[in-house]
Design a protein around this ligand. Sequence first.
Ligand code: HEM
Length: 535
Amino acid sequence: GNEPRDAKDEQLDRFRSAPRHDALTTDQGVRVDDTDNALRAGQRGPTLLEDFHNREKITRFDHERIPERVVHARGAGAYGYFETTESLAEYTCADFLSEVGRRTPVFVRFSTVQGPRGSADTVRDVRGFATKFYTREGNYDLVGNNMPVFFIQDAIKFPDFVHAVKMEPHNEIPTGASAHDTFWDFCSLQPESTHMLMWLMSDRAIPRSFRMMQGFGVHTFRFVTADGRGTFVKFHWKPKLGVHSLVWDETQLIAGRDPDFNRRDLWEAIEAGEYPEWELGVQLVPEADEHKFDFDLLDATKIIPEELVPVRPVGRLVLDRNPQNFFAETEQVAFHTANVVPGIDFTNDPLLQGRNFSYLDTQLIRLGGPNFAQLPVNRPVADVNNNHRDGYGQQVIHPGTNYFPNSLGGGCPAHAGAGGAPGVFRHYQERVDGHKIRVRSESFQDHYSQATLFWNSMADWEKRHIVQAFRFELGKCDSMAVRERMVGNLAHVHPDLAAGVAEGLGLPVPAAAGTVTGAASPALSQANLLGEGIR
Ligand code: HEM
């Protein structure tokens, strides 16, 4: 009997089951006399096929499972709102970011990446931080992680990377850690993963709570104004409670005693009215400055140091409602990097470009066909009006014809408005020119400077944790050649790191590998860069 909290909640109300009587029925609404005893020929006789209730009950049970997500299979979600605290109207025509005080309903799903749906929460892993904004101009999804960089630069490597990270193909071991041969084999052969590996071996990979994690959009995206002016943007979520991690031994104990530790924490905090909150910050880079940095803005293995481009706080995210049904909401929610609204556009980051293909593609099979945007959790609060028809699970009755142009009428929408009409998405008119080639830009070739920057910014105890993590995880790798190759890569990050890991694994300490740039500078401290140190 609670009043709906916002437009999304009101919409969900229409889909919440509200039976008008308490009798058991079949899916056809026929009342059932007995659900404990199947229909049989005589008290001790065979079960009869004509018992449609028995058959339906078992069939429905048999079909309860759908494929889990290929990555980020395990998660927890919640509803809430995003409130704009500083107008970005100067940079973007996105309606939901333009007006101070405007509230937009959201659904957020946190996840681990590697483990299957039933794995433990407190494993060493990246955490997903995906937000669906139900804006008045359509759904905008910010599908981020709790680390600001990624393992690979080009999405074409994603299947290789995930095959290496996931359980090994012959015995499906391990189900919840990065401690195995294929993972280290891949990373040691793919030096672009080194910066992300530093984050993964740090305490950021074992967060104490989803409420105490940062989030990052990772890629450089683009804000666009109504008159077509673009500005590069990186997105940052900063938790109000600060960033906190577990320590390794705690994670091991908790994984045994309460594998749902992070989920439970989120659920219970919201039930108790302790609503988790994050600040949204943006780093803005004018287009004219695209080539001003010693890394490429299109390279997802790089951050933009905050001392070069400060993070501007522009809004707050509050999660204040748990879902009512895990499957219907948290499992069926479908995030997609290509779900953008007017004023937010892509860049040519090759990792982002591939993601823009992958999410819809996987959801077509995971959610059983093309109509999953009609599922309650995925439905925009903005009106949907187009000529898409039919397909499995169609929930809408479309009267009239379904093509364009059309003079017979019947519900067929016209063009929403040519170039620049308010609230209409128009792709950013970027000039592109080039040969069709398969090469990685020269500007993507520096794989170690920011890994070194990260190492140099760590406190001594943080460095100790990183070395211990490398020793433990790499120590699970059976191949000595892989271990040595990995330690060889670490020598490019910092000799102390390589030496610490090598000693722990009984390997020869590699000679300093040179190319160690960015000497320790307190001003360049990663903790400063990211606004918040790990405590
Ligand atoms: C799922 C983040 C790179 C493919 C997810 C989820 C997150 C995420 C948060 C879980 C969404 C949810 O809660 O439902 C990221 C980030 C990336 C990245 C931050 C890099 C910056 C990629 C790439 C690909 C990819 C390169 C493919 C080329 C997928 C797929 C899913 C997924 C297929 C499952 C989606 C579903 O079944 O609904 N990713 N991802 N991701 N990601 Fe990524």
